[in-house]
Design a protein around this ligand. Structure first.
Ligand SMILES: NC(=O)c1ccc[n+]([C@@H]2O[C@H](COP(=O)([O-])OP(=O)(O)OC[C@H]3O[C@@H](n4cnc5c(N)ncnc54)[C@H](O)[C@@H]3O)[C@@H](O)[C@H]2O)c1
Length: 329
């Protein structure tokens, strides 16, 4: 059984802690947060020691894996500290605030000979995985055009790191990076990025972006993200192909509908409702990494995937600032 130390016990840290507490293959053995109250709250819940200093924790507790759930701007320093201590690393998305930080995080893990997993959780949401599988199996012919939406209320108060663009990349980096990774997983590399949004507009605790991606295979995707709703959270994905349409919305009671175009020799038009099981995607992604560490297999999300998702987000932010499209090399 692998021993895991959690770094950052805020919103996502608590989600990860719960996932490990339910896992047979791993044990949460310590928690570190620079906020003593946050560390203590998590430590008390799981009956593990609390630390406010990473070095002290690593010096005192036997650990195999460090799970990083700190704010985005602090990912690199925590990845570095974990890798230099010889520990495998699971890091919340996005891998880092900038592409150069993301590359450094990957390099430091390579140099230390430790595995790095970026927690791009959409791949473990059954509806998103199912869309990818149906597209790959040709259920809608060749994919042509995609629309995704991810929209909720702002994650935090005005003095939060989420409101400081030097620390968070707003909705583009800290929200729809989910969709960027999923889209790359489905359709391959992105050639060109154009985006409009509220980045740098200084509207308090609000953000919005609409990002257009052109993939190397010709697919075009419109990716919408918002932190402007008073409450609730909506997600949707629609893939149009040469032979039909795949459609998912979390507002629907039936999670996934395949609506195929009528073809003469085929049945008129079919709708295939699917009802994916509701095991936590966060549990599944972390168990996947732990299982890969045990078996030596390569995790589904590679360090390179982590860099590329940040690269798309960085290009989108650049496009919003400049008003120009950005070509990815
Ligand atoms: N996968 C998802 O669905 C999802 C959802 C929300 C957030 N996230 C990501 O998770 C990360 C954390 O977001 P959050 O909402 O949990 O943030 P948060 O502000 O709720 O929690 C961050 C915690 O990290 C602590 N911290 C800050 N710097 C630290 C350091 N150097 N060492 C140790 N602890 C430190 C803070 O005190 C705080 O308790 C972000 O990168 C965010 O983009 C992912």
């Amino acid at each position: 059984m692998l021993k895991v130390a959690l770094v950052g016990a805020g919103g996502m840290g608590r989600v990860h802690a719960k996932a490990y507490s339910q896992m047979e293959e791993a044990e949460l053995v310590a928690v570190c947060d620079i906020d003593p109250e946050a560390a203590k709250k998590c430590a008390d819940e799981y009956k593990i020691p609390a630390y406010t200093d990473f070095g002290e924790m690593i010096g005192n507790v036997d650990v195999d894996v460090v799970d990083i759930c700190t704010p985005t701007y602090a990912h690199l320093e925590c990845v570095k500290a974990a890798a230099e201590a010889g520990k495998h690393v699971a890091c919340e998305k996005p891998l880092a605030r900038t592409v150069s930080q993301a590359k450094e995080a990957v390099q430091v893990c390579e140099d230390a000979g430790v595995k790095l997993f970026v927690a791009h959780v959409l791949r473990w949401f059954p509806e998103y995985r199912s869309i990818k599988e149906h597209v790959a199996a040709g259920a809608i012919g060749d994919a042509v055009e995609v629309r995704t939406t991810r929209s909720g209320s702002h994650p935090n108060s005005p003095d939060s790191w989420y409101c400081d663009y030097s620390k968070s990349g707003g909705v583009v980096l800290d929200l729809i990076v989910h969709d960027f990774d999923w889209l790359r997983w489905c359709f391959g590399n992105v050639k060109r990025v154009y985006a409009r949004g509220l980045y740098e507009s200084k509207i308090p605790i609000t953000d919005y972006a609409l990002v257009t991606l052109r993939f190397e295979n010709g697919v075009i995707a419109h990716v919408e993200g918002g932190w402007a709703r008073p409450s609730g959270f909506i997600t949707s994905a629609e893939v149009a192909g040469t032979k039909g349409l795949l459609n998912y919305s979390n507002a629907d009671s039936v999670p996934l509908v395949i609506d195929k175009k009528a073809v003469e020799e085929d049945r008129p038009s079919i709708t295939i409702p699917e009802n994916p099981a509701n095991e936590s995607p966060y549990y599944k992604e972390l168990r996947h990494f732990i299982n890969c560490l045990e078996s030596g297999e390569t995790p589904e999300v590679t360090p390179e995937d982590g860099i590329e998702a940040v690269r798309i987000a960085e290009a989108a932010l650049k496009s919003i600032s400049s008003g120009q499209s950005v070509v990815l090399g």
